[in-house]
Ligand binder design. Structure first.
Ligand code: PEP
Ligand code: MG
Length: 316
């Protein structure tokens, strides 16, 4: 039965009553593109460009090398959306030429956008390479920054994009609770939000995502995490802008329905999850997703939230 459901699953992501939720792929580079196309991804919701930089931690890849890699991904989705995240180095992904060597708490130190603002040359080269890679292609390019903490960060990133002559939408990832709390202010500077639920959970619960002993707190069904997601999605709706999810949360089919009910406007995940999420979302109406989301938020633990959402969707 599951096989049949998956075989029947194709086309754009939507609820059973036709509320569209684009299903996008997370990719690390051109090598991940065939699987994304095969799964019927409607574009890329998170291009993790740091993989290109991890080959050589001594220096950034040349502009030419970057253009080549970006262009291969952009070309694969003509008319589609491609959301590129600028380099997210530091913490679990240190780079010698960017990351300070002796930080006591690297996850709370100079990482993500912070290291790029400290090395404007690296950011400028990446943005210029992206502008050149997109030249002449019909693709709908969006560029976002990781680890945006506040409006000042969002403005600094948008200014850098404008200065590089990038013709694209600029966005901010919501990975730090302060960004969710002040999402409307951030949206005065950028055109879209994308929730990085892995880091958002890490920072909301003070639970290192690399430490298995605290994995209970990293569960994306945690009601407090759902509250932060709802807050961001509501802010985007109020500003008439979009708010996607590109963290692991989007790849859980049941949670994908809850995220849709919370007002999230697109879901990006590893390509292998797309058919499952598409098939599950197609079974429920938007109103059912909204009721499941409300039930999950009313719970007191991740486990209760999951059970409550499941109960609503199976009509118990
Ligand atoms: C996240 O933090 O949820 C995210 C999508 O970014 P990464 O997993 O690459 O840190
Ligand atoms: Mg992250």
């Amino acid at each position: 039965e599951r096989k049949a459901a998956l075989a029947a699953s194709s086309g754009p992501g939507a609820t059973s009553d036709g509320h569209k939720v684009p299903l996008l792929a997370n990719v690390g580079g051109p090598a991940d593109v065939p699987a994304a196309v095969e799964a019927g991804a409607e574009g890329v919701g998170l291009f993790r460009t740091e993989f290109l930089f991890l080959d050589d931690s001594k220096k950034a890849p040349s502009e030419e090398k970057q253009i080549e890699s970006y262009r291969k991904v952009l070309e694969a989705f003509p008319e589609g959306r491609v959301v590129v995240r600028v380099l997210d180095a530091g913490a679990d992904k240190p780079l010698d030429f960017l990351t300070p060597a002796d930080e006591p708490n690297p996850a709370l130190g100079v990482r993500g956008l912070r290291s790029l603002l400290d090395h404007p040359d690296v950011l400028r080269t990446q943005l210029t390479a992206l502008a050149k890679a997109a030249e002449g292609l019909p693709v709908y390019l969006e560029v976002m920054a990781p680890m945006v903490a506040d409006r000042t960060d969002a403005k600094a990133f948008a200014d850098a994009c404008r200065e590089a002559g990038l013709r694209a939408k600029f966005g901010a990832m919501v990975e730090i609770p302060s960004a969710a709390l002040r999402a409307r202010a951030i949206l005065q500077e950028v055109e879209f939000l994308s929730l990085g639920t892995n880091d958002l959970a890490q920072y909301a619960f003070a639970a290192d995502r690399q430490v298995g002993a605290v994995s209970r707190l990293q569960d994306p069904w945690q009601p407090a995490l759902l509250d932060l997601i709802a807050m961001s999605a509501e802010a985007a709706r109020a500003e008439g802008k979009s708010c996607g999810v590109c963290g692991e949360a989007a790849s859980d089919p049941l949670l994908a329905c809850v995220l849709t009910g919370l007002g999230v406007t697109s879901l990006s995940m590893g390509a292998a999850s797309i058919p499952y999420v598409r098939a599950t979302l197609a079974k429920y109406t938007l109103a059912q997703c909204e009721r499941a989301a409300a039930a999950a938020r009313a719970a007191d633990s991740a486990e209760e939230a999951r059970v409550a959402a499941q109960a609503v969707l199976s009509g118990e």
